[in-house]
Design a protein around this ligand. Sequence first.
Ligand code: ATP
Length: 424
Amino acid sequence: MYPGSEIYGGLAGTWDYGPLGLTLKNNIKNSWWKKFVRDRDDMNGMDAAILMNAKVWEASGHIAGFSDPLVECKNCHKKFRADHISGGKTETGKLELPKECPECGKFGTWLPESKFNMMFKTNIGPVEDKSSISYLCPETAQGMFVNFKNIMDSFHPRLPFGLAQIGKAFRNEISPRDFLFRAREFEQMEIEYFTRESEWKKIFENFRAEILKWLSDIGLGKNSVHELEVPAEDRAHYSKKTVDFEYDFPFGRNELCGLAYRTDFDLKNHKLDYYDEETKERFIPHVIEPSFGLDRLVLALLAEAYNEDELGGETRIFLKLKPNVAPVKVAVFPLLKNKPELVEKAKEVWRIIQSATDGLVMFDDNGNIGKRYRRQDEIGTPYCVTIDFDTLEDDTVTVRDRDTGKQERVKVGELASLLKNSLK
Ligand code: ATP
């Protein structure tokens, strides 16, 4: 990952994904989509526009209330998110600010707290007036709510059912920080699951268990993920129950994803309802929302996978990513790049592995084998396959395991099934 617009000094709160970061992110997305959408018969995927009619955000309550508390120091004019620098709340529920400004150190310089709306505003078309105002979506959720009627009319799903979307979200964070953790442009993976009110608890608990299971499936250990039942005073006003899944990031424990019971708040706001053909009732479904930040998952996986150990008398860095998310699944090396017979055989082996593997298989003939192993270790490639002179004699190759550094000789004919099983 690189800072966005880096050669021009960057743009705070934006990050660009390079080839490996993008593949890691795509692997997380694919695993999520498979688990929560493709492998279920009660889910439909969709992809709504980033720019939406301002009326959507009026109805959803974002124009009036999607804001963070802002304070400014009148000495250095630095602006802070009040809840990020506050040490707690007063008896009356007001945020207690530190006595001195964290930037300039002056005492008693706070201007009165204000509310800062985090939506990015823009104008549609050539005329910049009130009627042309639009907002970049600050969440994917509303794109699903406003399409509820379209989905009902064209697919007629029966309750309970869910809509899922992976997409960009934009928030004008007062102080973006901690790398991918708090950005101004990021990606979300969200589900809006519609149900009858009487069923919400059962569905909530089911998602709660499924979320924990999936986090563990992609490699986030049970010891570093923690559930936090959000107390009523900290919950969004429409939510009757929220559980945050927090992760022990290197900079502290923080929200990774969330699960909220949003009641019938959203569909009611958009004046949408459901007609039950069997019972002939018309009512507003209730919603359970699992919401994941993709970039926070990337960051958590990198933190979780980072390892250092001693191998061959040297300290090495390796990423212990699970094979299902590792950007490169296997790397194939000819021992020497100036021996055409080795290179040719290595290309043949690369093709065999490539067609037997779902993910990326890298070909690398650059530098000595030790260096090539280290490079793959650093990007978390689970297996390296080396083609040497013995390969030309007996059709065996060396397969090296990232975590142990152990090598074994395997027949080329057995490689495909061996790697297929090991990479599951
Ligand atoms: P926070 O309290 O950390 O600002 P939030 O509670 O406002 O987050 P939600 O509105 O619940 O976040 O958004 C759902 C998910 O989107 C979060 O769990 C998080 O993973 C992700 N997310 C939210 N804001 C950001 C951001 N600025 N940068 C990266 N990911 C984010």
